[in-house]
Design a protein around this ligand. Structure first.
Ligand code: NZQ
Ligand code: ZN
Length: 386
């Protein structure tokens, strides 16, 4: 196991009817800006619950943070927050609203002229003291409710980048499984796949003698495999949604990654596919991940065998046959949720593959747990996925 430091300050408030608790978590004197997306919270009653809870607070609203939150939208929110002298943010929504709010929390306390610098220059971001914020999560998927990452897109240049800031964690996050009952099938499968691949990025690398972390990851993967078909058949079951929410939050809050190598190449490649083709984040992962495991099978050999045996009971055959089965079982799981794991079937062209490979070449990318996934390897993965 590698040396590590771990700190996660986010307070989780979990369960039925818990949105009302936010009133106690936000100082009475705060000038609050509530951020949300395209209006799902107005249809499912979450908006009313938040407004009722904050009836004694001074609250303004910023609506319209879209999926894959756009820099171009967020800068308007920053201007509003500055103008209204906001000192606490409340994100009510999925990963996009939370990520967008993390950007606002940084940008409203930044005096530089070009706010995009916060996204592309980690040094600039690290010198900012972000504004405090809390979240009411409505879509289990990204783990953003309990981590310090955010992924921001710029439409002008078709770019999408992740930013991390060690102090940009939510102060609190409310996880009420009942708010998930209104999730459409598309977002349910997105959430399940995103969570699954988050765990894989931290688990499917090389053995690091981290027995607790491995079993923790395997616990989440097995839970997802068990609950996924049930959730797709019945999206109003409290216990299923509670376990789904726990899986997603625990999948990317720093617990699985303590002291172990991490990959994240599937995500880096996926972000390019979303930036260029507007594919849902989780769809890009479902397409790329199995081909990445295939191309990187030698480096991931030990963990692929462990994964196959512990998750899918694959014990028969040669090592290569077992690895083939483990990868196929992964793809079959994604396909069982209705994903077509092929780039061409999802509208991606050969020209886009070239653009993506060029982008990684210009950045001199060396992705993956061993920094061996170069632009050339990205090309092999995307060609196979085509
Ligand atoms: O905008 P509204 O109207 O709220 O509708 C949203 C949106 O259209 C809807 N939705 C959310 N909760 C709902 C609901 N509809 C009905 N009932 C509910 N309870 O779902 C749609 C998608 O929402 P979005 O927030 O975009 O989805 P998700 O949570 O999957 O977030 C995706 C974004 O997170 C980033 C992705 O790249 C992408 O930009 N990620 C963030 C990470 C992080 N911060 O750590 C890690 C992830 O790997 C990921 O990259
Ligand atoms: Zn993800």
């Amino acid at each position: 196991m590698n040396n590590f430091q771990f700190q996660n300050p986010t307070k989780l408030i979990f369960g039925k009817g818990q949105i009302e608790k936010i009133a106690r978590e936000i100082p009475k004197s705060a000038r609050v800006m509530m951020t949300y997306g395209g209006g799902s919270i107005k249809k499912n009653g979450v908006y009313d619950q938040v407004k009722t809870a904050l009836k004694e607070h001074n609250v303004i609203e910023f609506a319209g943070i879209e999926p894959n939150p756009k820099y171009e939208t967020l800068i308007s929110a920053v201007a509003l927050a500055k103008c209204e002298k906001i000192d606490f943010l409340l994100a009510v929504g999925g990963g996009s609203v939370i990520d967008g709010t993390k950007f606002i929390a940084l940008a409203m306390n930044y005096d530089g002229e070009n706010l995009w610098d916060i996204v592309i220059n980690p040094k600039i971001a690290s010198n900012i003291n972000p504004a405090p914020f809390g979240t009411v999560l409505t879509l289990p998927a990204t783990g953003s409710e309990m981590n310090c990452g955010a992924v921001i897109s710029k439409i002008e240049t078709s770019e999408k980048y992740a930013i991390h800031h060690e102090h940009n964690f939510p102060r609190f996050s409310v996880l009420d499984p009942e708010v998930c009952y209104s999730l459409p099938e598309r977002q349910l499968k997105n959430g399940i796949i995103d969570t699954y691949v988050h765990v894989m990025e931290q688990y499917l690398t090389y053995p690091a003698n981290a027995m607790v972390q491995d079993r923790f990851c395997e616990g989440i993967l097995l839970t997802l495999l068990e609950i996924a078909p049930k959730i797709m058949a019945d999206n109003k079951n409290y216990d299923l949604m509670a376990n789904f929410m726990m899986s997603a939050t625990m999948g990317l809050n720093g617990f699985p990654s303590m002291g172990v190598p991490q990959d994240w190449a599937t995500h880096m490649i996926g972000h390019e596919l979303t930036a260029l083709h507007s594919l849902d984040h989780a769809m890009t992962l479902a397409i790329v991940a199995p081909y990445l495991y295939d191309v990187m099978r030698d480096e991931k050999r030990g963990k692929l065998l462990q994964y196959g045996e512990r998750i899918f009971n694959i014990t028969e055959g040669t090592e290569q046959e077992k690895i083939d089965k483990a990868i196929l079982s992964t793809r079959e799981f994604f396909e069982s949720l209705g994903v077509n794991c092929s780039l061409s079937a999802n509208g991606v062209t050969k020209e886009s593959i070239e653009t993506i490979v060029n982008r990684f070449a210009v950045r001199k990318a060396k992705l993956g747990e061993n920094s061996t996934i170069t632009a050339e390897i990205v090309k092999q993965i995307l060609d196979k996925a085509f």
